[in-house]
Write a protein that binds this ligand. Structure first.
Ligand code: UN1
Length: 517
C-alpha cells in the first residue's frame, strides 16, 4: 500500500479524482484528516485494481488530540449510569442488525472473506452489543460482612479511564466490538486504531455508535501505521489500558511499553490450533470440521485449524477423503455466492505463506494438495488480480518441524499422526501457543480427558476449532495471551478496576486487625 499525499478533505467522505472516497479520522466528535494531510490506500484483496478509498495516515499529534478528547469525555461518561450506557449498545446492535447485509458487503470488499462469513462477523458484533447492553444492568460487585461491628464492606467495579485499542483485519467488526462495547458500558472511553487493511469497517462502526447516541469524545478513531499510531497509543501517558490483538512480535513490544508505563494490557496473539481425530470418531463430522476450521476465512483466524492430529488407524482414510473434499473448494471473490474460500489479505502475507510451504517441503513433509499461488478464473474474477493461494495440505509432518510449530495464518494444514490419546495430547501441547483445540471422539471419557488436559483457552468436543460465541470468555494460554479474556463477563475484568469501600457507622475509631483480634 503506497501512501500518498492528496489535498485535504473536509467532510467524512469527499469524492476525489476517479471517484475514490476519502475517509477520515473521528476525533472529539468531528471527522477530520491527519494533522499533516497524508493518506494511505485501501484496496480489495480479491482484486487489487479496485481502490476502495483513502484513509488518513495519522501522526502522533492526532493520537494526542484523540487521547485528550477521550479524557475530557471520560469526565462525564463515567457518571452516566451503566444501564443507560448499555442502552446505547442496544441501539448500536439494532442499527447493525438493520445494516447487516450492507456492512458485510463492505467487509468482504475490504478483507476478502465470503459474505456468509462477513455476515457472521457482523452478527458477532450484534450479539456482543445485545450482551453488553444487558450487562450494564449487572456488572455485579461483591459485598461481604465486615470483621467489625457496625461496618459495611462493599466492592464494585469502576472504569479505568481512557483505553487504547489496536485491532487486526481478520475480524474487523467482531474484535473491535468485543472491546469497545463492554469497555464503553463499563464507563471507559477509547482511542481506536484499526488495522490498515480494514479501515472502512472501523468507520462504519463509528457511524453506528454516533447514530446510537454515543456522546462526543467517547470513541476516537485514528487510522494509520502501527509503528506510528500504534506506538503513540501504547506510549501515551493519558491512555491507561491497552488491548492488542495481533502477532506475538508486536505484542511483545506493546507489553514491554505497557510494563514500563504501568498500564493494563490485554494481549490476544498467535495460535497453532489442532484438531484431534481419534479412531472412534464420526469421520464425516470430522471432515466437515477440519474443512471449516482450516480453510474458513482462508485459514486467517487466530483460531484456525493449522494442525490435524490423526489416529494412525484412520489416518489414510481420513486423508483420502479430506483431500477429495478440499480439492473441490472454490476460490474466488467473496461477493460471489459460489465462493468457498476468499483471498489472502495482502501480498506480504501471501509471500509469508509461500515461504512456509517451501520450509515444509525442505523439512521433508509431503505437500499433497495445493502449495501454490492460485491462478485461472472464478466466475468474473481473474484470480491473478487478487492474493489467492490454493488450500494446502501437508502430510508426514512431525512435531519438530516448523510447519508444525509456527503460526502461518493461511490455508495451510499440517497433518500429524498419533497412536493414542495421550500422544495426541502431547503433540497438541508441544507448541508454544494455546488458543483453541478440538477433539473428535465418541468416547465421553476421552473427551473429558481432552477437555481437561489440552493446553488451550478453548476446547471443542466434536466441533471445529473455530466458532467462539460472544458471551463466552475468549482467549488463550501460554504464548497466546497474558491471562486476560475477551468476550462474555470475563472481558469486564479487563475493562474495570475494583473499588473497595468500607462504611463505618459505629461512631468510634475501630481498628481492623487490632480491636477485634
Ligand atoms: C480470531 O480468530 O481472531 O471463534 C477471532 C472464532 C470467531 C472469532 C475468531 N468467533 O473463530
Amino acid at each position: 500500500m503506497a501512501p500518498g499525499i492528496y489535498s485535504r478533505c473536509h467532510t467524512n467522505i469527499l469524492i476525489l479524482k476517479m471517484n475514490t472516497p476519502c475517509f477520515q479520522n473521528f476525533i472529539d466528535g468531528q471527522w477530520c484528516d491527519s494533522s499533516d494531510g497524508k493518506i494511505f490506500e485501501n484496496r480489495n484483496p480479491a482484486n487489487w485494481n479496485e481502490l476502495l478509498g483513502t484513509f488518513p495516515l495519522s501522526t502522533k499529534e492526532d493520537v494526542n488530540r484523540a487521547a485528550n478528547a477521550a479524557l475530557e469525555a471520560f469526565r462525564d461518561w463515567r457518571l452516566v449510569p451503566a444501564p443507560e450506557r448499555g442502552d446505547i449498545m442496544r441501539r448500536a446492535g439494532e442499527i447493525m442488525l438493520r445494516r447487516k447485509n450492507e456492512i458485510a458487503e463492505i467487509m468482504t470488499r475490504e478483507m476478502g472473506k465470503p459474505l456468509t462469513e462477513t455476515k457472521g462477523d457482523v452478527q458477532e458484533g450484534i450479539d456482543t452489543a445485545f450482551y453488553c447492553a444487558t450487562e450494564g444492568r449487572r456488572m455485579f460487585g461483591i459485598n461481604t460482612p465486615s470483621e467489625l461491628r457496625n461496618k459495611l464492606n462493599l466492592s464494585f467495579r469502576v472504569p479505568i479511564g481512557v483505553c487504547g485499542l489496536i485491532t487486526p483485519w481478520n475480524f474487523p467488526m467482531a474484535i473491535p466490538t468485543w472491546n469497545i462495547f463492554p469497555g464503553l458500558v463499563a464507563g471507559n472511553t477509547f482511542v481506536f486504531k484499526p488495522a490498515e487493511d480494514t479501515p472502512w469497517t472501523a468507520n462504519v462502526l463509528v457511524e453506528i455508535l454516533i447514530e446510537a447516541g454515543l456522546p462526543k469524545g467517547c470513541l476516537n478513531l485514528v487510522h494509520g501505521a502501527g509503528d506510528v499510531v500504534g506506538t503513540a497509543i501504547t506510549e501515551h501517558p493519558l491512555i491507561r489500558a491497552i488491548s492488542f490483538t495481533g502477532s506475538n512480535a508486536t505484542g511483545a513490544i506493546v507489553a514491554q511499553s505497557c510494563g514500563i508505563l504501568t498500564k493494563h494490557v490485554c494481549l490476544e496473539m498467535g495460535g497453532k490450533n489442532a484438531q484431534i481425530v481419534m479412531e472412534d470418531a464420526d469421520l464425516d463430522l470430522a471432515i466437515e470440521g477440519v474443512l471449516w476450521g482450516a480453510f474458513g476465512t482462508t485459514g486467517q483466524r487466530c483460531t484456525a485449524t493449522s494442525r490435524l492430529i490423526l489416529h494412525e488407524k484412520i489416518h489414510d482414510e481420513m486423508i483420502a477423503r479430506l483431500v477429495e473434499r478440499a480439492s473441490k473448494l472454490r476460490l474466488g471473490n467473496g461477493l460471489d455466492a459460489t465462493t468457498d474460500v476468499g483471498p489472502i489479505i495482502n501480498e506480504k502475507q501471501r509471500k509469508n505463506i509461500e515461504r512456509y510451504v517451501k520450509i515444509g517441503k525442505e523439512e521433508g513433509a509431503k505437500c499433497i494438495l495445493g502449495g501454490k499461488i492460485a491462478e485461472g478464473r472464478a466466475g468474473s474474477t481473474d484470480l491473478r488480480d487478487g492474493w489467492f493461494f490454493q488450500p494446502t495440505i501437508f502430510t508426514g509432518v512431525t512435531p519438530q518441524m516448523r510447519i508444525a510449530k509456527e503460526e502461518i495464518f493461511g490455508p495451510v494444514l499440517s497433518v500429524l499422526a498419533c497412536r493414542s490419546l495421550e500422544e495426541a495430547i502431547e503433540i497438541n501441547n508441544s507448541v508454544i501457543y494455546g488458543l483453541s483445540s478440538s477433539i473428535y471422539t465418541q468416547d465421553i471419557n476421552r473427551a473429558m480427558i481432552a477437555a481437561r488436559d489440552l493446553e488451550a483457552g478453548i476446547t471443542y468436543i466434536n466441533a471445529a476449532t473455530i466458532g467462539a460465541e460472544a458471551h463466552m470468555p475468549f482467549g488463550g494460554v501460554k504464548a497466546t495471551g497474558n491471562g486476560h479474556r475477551e468476550g462474555g463477563w470475563a472481558v469486564f475484568d479487563f475493562y474495570t478496576e475494583w473499588k473497595s469501600v468500607y462504611i463505618d457507622y459505629s461512631g468510634k475509631l475501630q481498628r481492623a486487625q487490632i480491636d477485634n483480634a
